[in-house]
Design a protein around this ligand. Structure first.
Ligand SMILES: Nc1ncnc2c1ncn2[C@@H]1O[C@H](COP(=O)(O)OP(=O)(O)OP(=O)(O)O)[C@@H](O)[C@H]1O
Ligand SMILES: [Mg+2]
Length: 151
């Protein structure tokens, strides 16, 4: 990130943030509530444009969604009108995978995360931990493929 600034309607949430993350490094961003952690991650994920500055991913300026990122939102991001299976499949659809193969892969993930028997439940019918496992699969699938990368 190079000289990143983010303003919301005149309020400056982040001011001139610059740092590099070398490949293979594990990095934590720590700070008090409201200091801008989620704002920073949203910009690295390509969901929020910086007001100024540059986000560089593996040497390329980020101009849209960061397809190399897996991102688990702070807030629950499962679609309430879709079942567990539907939510997981949606991530595959975003990746361009549809049809019987996608359905099979989504079902396999349900088993891997211990949600077997819950594929036709809606998010409000799950426990907090179950929702977390569902949304993790949902967003990992949204990536373009390949190995999991740090943001
Ligand atoms: N969409 C928005 N519109 C206006 N202000 C916003 C918006 N999003 C975040 N902010 C403000 O920007 C600042 C940083 O918010 P952010 O959500 O990044 O904090 P955080 O470090 O993730 O906090 P927490 O630890 O509570 O999750 C806060 O003051 C917040 O009120
Ligand atoms: Mg936050």
């Amino acid at each position: 990130m190079q000289h990143i600034t983010k303003r919301f309607a005149g309020y400056s949430a982040l001011e001139d943030i610059t740092f590099d993350v070398n490949p293979g490094r594990f990095v934590s961003i720590v700070g008090p509530s409201g200091c801008g952690k989620s704002t920073l991650l949203n910009m690295i994920a390509g969901l929020l444009p910086p007001s100024s500055g540059l986000v560089d991913i593996f040497g390329e300026p980020l101009a849209a969604l960061n397809r190399r990122a897996s991102y688990m939102f702070q807030q629950d991001a499962l679609l309430p009108w879709k079942t567990v299976l539907g939510n997981i499949q949606l991530g595959l659809t975003f990746r361009g995978q549809t049809g019987p193969d996608a359905a099979g892969e989504a079902k396999a993930w349900i088993e891997r995360v211990g949600l077997q028997g819950f594929g036709d439940r809606y998010p409000h019918q799950l426990s907090g931990g179950m929702r977390k496992r569902g949304r993790d699969r949902h967003f990992r699938h949204s990536r373009s493929g390949g190995s999991h990368r740090a943001l």
